[in-house]
Design a protein around this ligand. Structure first.
Ligand SMILES: Cc1cc2nc3c(=O)[nH]c(=O)nc-3n(C[C@H](O)[C@H](O)[C@H](O)COP(=O)(O)OP(=O)(O)OC[C@H]3O[C@@H](n4cnc5c(N)ncnc54)[C@H](O)[C@@H]3O)c2cc1C
Length: 432
């Protein structure tokens, strides 16, 4: 059996690794000269298995005016003329009811918990050097209303196995002294010991190294996939910039480019790129960088210590690529980080990055079968691609092998997401 994985980000590489462990021949096709250079490059570094609540929630409709008007809101929506944007938004709003949001939270908690198991198994079996830390996570709140809401949410999540501890402001600072500048601004925080951090780019590169050395996975970089050649109900070859590559099965793991590749086959994927930003700065001996992974909920910004660097990430923007606002958003993120952790790292040497989350309207990835017999999906992980890569890869491998996985794949399959598909379908009747 020869499987061709399309895309060499964290999702594609993790999939390739698990497929190769089955004893199959695996080829990964990646357009860039190296792996992991798109969305997996400089993300927030969070392995936040218990913080998986979907973006679509009951508070969203009330917040929409602020997102439309405010330039400093953590979420920005700049409506354009693109049908893709409007179709995706309609499907997103459809998912904002309390019932749908809760059901998705439960499904993503299960996927997150399984991903933790898969990652731990992986780290036991392989030597991977990716600045991993069993850091724990502290989410801090600046107002009582948000903090009380978070406590209720943690009580709800505790029923599904997520273990959290509510802390008062002083205990937050004791847990993470890097937050000292917020001492008089915090209402409290939620600490979760089980959360972890790591460098997603290094993880991708390390896992690819192991997959090649130990299991013979072939990485064909600098080669872009231009289309899939279909005969009957099957794909017979991937048409690439270097000619055709034939295999027995194909896994689409192209992140934001997944929808465009399969659209000519009549398969509509509701994926839209949601922009975010990150900062990476060196940490010296005199800095007080966080040991615990921190989320400042007021600004929706995450902080993770990755080796000798501090990574700060945040914002969800539905604005055009290369938008003139990007620089202003990076300046805003920098000033928020400086106000929150003034001595957290060397702010004079910040490397800024912009990335696009391959997001579905219900925040669940698209995993498993397509209408074509040998074409499989592992894409649409949105804000959680690093966190969910392990479970997604293991479950898709099980599906291709034809054996039952540890979790029911149905909630994540394209075929069972009809409402999301149909509302978003309008988006894909046009290539814009
Ligand atoms: C600001 C920000 C912060 C984030 N923070 C976190 C976090 O803390 N924790 C977390 O779990 N997730 C986080 N995410 C989300 C996470 O980064 C993504 O979900 C994840 O990287 C997606 O991985 P992927 O492999 O699907 O996509 P990608 O990494 O984009 O990989 C897809 C690959 O396919 C290749 N490709 C595309 N088209 C073609 C083609 N035609 N031919 C060949 N190759 C092609 C691309 O070059 C790319 O390498 C964050 C995202 C952003 C933007």
């Amino acid at each position: 059996m020869h499987v061709c994985v399309l895309g060499g980000g964290v999702v594609g590489v993790t999939t390739a690794y698990y497929l190769a462990r089955e004893g199959w021949r695996v080829t990964v096709i990646e357009q860039h000269p190296q792996l992991g250079l798109e969305t997996s490059f400089a993300n927030g570094g969070q392995l936040s298995y218990s913080y998986v609540a979907p973006l679509a929630g009951p508070s969203v409709p009330g917040n929409l005016p602020q997102w439309l008007l405010s330039r400093t809101a953590p979420l920005r929506f700049q409506p354009g003329l693109s049908l893709a944007q409007w179709g995706w938004c309609a499907a997103f709003l459809f998912n904002c009811t309390t019932a749908r949001s809760r059901r998705t939270t439960i499904e993503l908690l299960q996927l997150g918990a399984y991903s933790r198991d898969v990652m731990h198994d992986l780290m036991q079996v392989e030597q991977l050097d990716f600045a991993f830390r069993p850091s724990g996570k502290l989410v801090v709140y600046r107002n009582r209303h948000d903090f009380d809401g978070a406590r209720r949410q943690t009580e709800f999540q505790a029923r599904f196995g997520a273990q959290h501890t509510a802390l008062d402001a002083a205990s937050c600072i004791d847990t993470e002294p890097a937050l000292d500048s917020l001492r008089h601004k915090l209402a409290g925080g939620i600490y979760t010991a089980s959360e972890e951090t790591g460098d997603c780019y290094l993880f991708t590169r390390e896992l690819a190294r192991v997959a090649a050395e130990k299991y013979g996975v072939e990485f064909v970089c600098g080669t872009s996939v231009r289309g899939l050649r279909r005969e009957g109900n099957e794909i017979v070859a991937a048409h690439t910039s270097q000619g055709e590559i034939a295999a027995d099965a194909y896994v689409v793991a192209l992140g934001n480019d997944s929808a465009a590749l399969v659209r000519p086959l009549g398969i509509r994927l509701p994926i839209y790129p949601l922009k975010g930003y990150s900062l990476t700065m060196p940490v010296g001996e005199h800095h007080v960088a966080p040991q615990v992974s921190v989320t400042d909920l007021h600004h929706k910004v995450v902080y993770a210590r990755l080796g000798q660097h501090l990574r700060v990430a945040g914002m969800v923007d539905m604005t055009p690529a290369g938008s003139r606002e990007d620089e202003a958003r990076i300046r805003l993120l920098t000033s928020q980080a400086q106000a929150t952790m003034p001595n957290g790292g060397d702010f004079s040497s910040v490397r800024a990055w912009t990335g696009f989350r391959p997001a579905t309207p219900d925040s669940k990835p698209l995993l498993g079968a397509t209408p074509l017999a040998n074409l499989w999906l592992n894409t649409g992980q949105g804000s959680l691609g690093f966190t969910l890569a392990g479970a997604s890869a293991a479950l898709v491998t099980d599906a291709i092998r034809g054996r039952a996985g540890k979790l029911d794949l149905r909630p994540y399959q394209l075929a069972n997401r009809s409402a999301v598909r149909e509302l978003a379908a309008v988006a894909h009747s046009s290539p814009s």
